[in-house]
Ligand binder design. Structure first.
Ligand SMILES: Cc1cc2nc3c(=O)[nH]c(=O)nc-3n(C[C@H](O)[C@H](O)[C@H](O)COP(=O)(O)O)c2cc1C
Length: 364
């Protein structure tokens, strides 16, 4: 399947499908299993240096949809299909010192698969910039091929971390300056979709040395409340907080974000994430400009795979390969970004009359 080989940010992936930073990549055991199954790369569950303690209850729920009521719910019912994941999980609670030998062993066992370390620290002080550097250096020293900066975790109380910093161009710049001064591998920046300044944030990241933008992390969202019990579908002591929506429900919104960035920066790299379950979703990210594809919810949901998508990666590879072969393409590069010029201003789409100019008053 040589058509699947993809060069992205200077790294060669044997196929463009990688497991996103999340439970499928939270341990050595799962990552080794994922490589055995055929994933081209992985982004580790985000590694940090600050204290992490998750909620005293389920960290993730899977919401399913059906023809019959309730339409969307985590409640187990016959004949439902996947709608989304909702989670309020924090970053990895495995300390850096335990990650390092694991990462080294993973890289030694699978030297040709790409291991990207996701890292996160705070901002606003030299100490926090040093934390970014320390994390990046440590992971690169044990063989990681690239670093992904988590500027998008939607579950942080700390105002100097995760999605809370993705609106601050000065912080984006200073973190990139710190990390690029510490290591020389490609730096991917994972941004939150939950900002109206996404294109500006991406522009600053690229200008400050980011090799790629990874998009999207989950969308901030709330779980549903049951009208009978007055309970949220996930809660602890009756309380809930903003969590992240992933899976099919975010596909179209993720595509819009990727398209916005790809149109603004057509020559830059984008890693597409959000709602990929099969070839068609992956295809859509590529035509909008993504050069590789990250998957989380669909892998977690696959029964019997230990949450790493064993059947999923086989299908993704087979279906993409079959498509490229049938259409005579030698790689995804030949279809990457082909939709870009067809996404236009509203008024550029033909009306029945020729005079419409976008809602402005017509000159008299
Ligand atoms: C339970 C869970 C935990 C996650 N943890 C992280 C994380 O530690 N770091 C990160 O960058 N993204 C994290 N994510 C976000 C995913 O990497 C991904 O961006 C998101 O789920 C959208 O992809 P999907 O629609 O394929 O699920 C997490 C997602 C889920 C569902």
């Amino acid at each position: 399947m040589s058509r699947l080989i993809t060069t992205f940010t200077g790294l060669e992936f044997e196929n463009p499908f990688i497991l996103a930073s999340a439970p499928p990549t939270e341990s050595k055991r799962k990552i080794l299993k994922a490589f055995e199954a055929g994933w081209g790369g992985i982004v580790t569950k985000t590694i940090g240096l600050h204290p992490v303690e998750n909620v005293a209850g389920p960290k993730t729920i899977y919401q399913r949809t059906s023809e019959t009521k309730p339409y969307v719910s985590r409640t187990k019912r016959p004949e439902t299909v996947s709608h989304s994941s909702w989670n309020w999980e924090l970053i990895s609670d495995q300390p850096l010192d335990m990650w390092l030998p694991d990462l080294e062993e993973i890289k030694t066992t699978y030297p040709n698969r790409m291991v990207i370390a996701s890292i996160m620290a705070g901002a606003g002080s030299e100490e926090e910039m040093d934390n970014w550097k320390k994390l990046a250096r440590a992971c690169v020293n044990v063989g990681c091929d690239a670093i992904e900066l988590n500027m998008s975790c939607p579950h942080m109380d700390r105002k100097d971390m995760g999605a809370n910093i993705a609106n601050d161009e000065d912080i984006i710049k200073s973190v990139l300056l710190a990390v690029t001064s510490a290591v020389s591998v490609p730096i991917w920046v994972k941004l939150t979709p939950s900002t109206s300044k996404l294109v500006d944030a991406a522009g600053v990241a690229y200008a400050s040395g980011a090799a790629s933008i990874s998009l999207c992390n989950t969308f901030p969202s709330l779980p549903l409340m049951d009208p009978e019990t007055m309970k949220f579908e996930v809660e602890v002591d009756g309380l809930v907080t903003s969590g992240g929506l992933g899976g099919l429900a975010i596909l179209h919104q993720a595509l819009q974000r990727v398209s916005d960035i790809s149109k603004a920066f057509p020559d830059q790299a984008i890693s597409g994430i959000g709602g990929i379950r099969g070839f068609r979703e992956a295809f859509n990210f590529v035509v909008h400009g993504a050069g590789n594809l990250q998957v989380c919810t669909a892998a977690m949901e696959e029964k019997g795979s230990g949450g790493i998508g064993i059947k999923l990666i086989q299908e993704l590879k087979q279906d993409l390969n079959e498509y490229l072969e049938r259409k005579g393409y030698s790689s995804i590069e030949q279809i990457r970004g082909v939709a870009r010029e067809r996404i236009v201003e509203h008024s550029q789409v033909r009306r029945k009359s020729a005079s419409y100019n976008g809602g402005y008053a017509l000159a008299s």
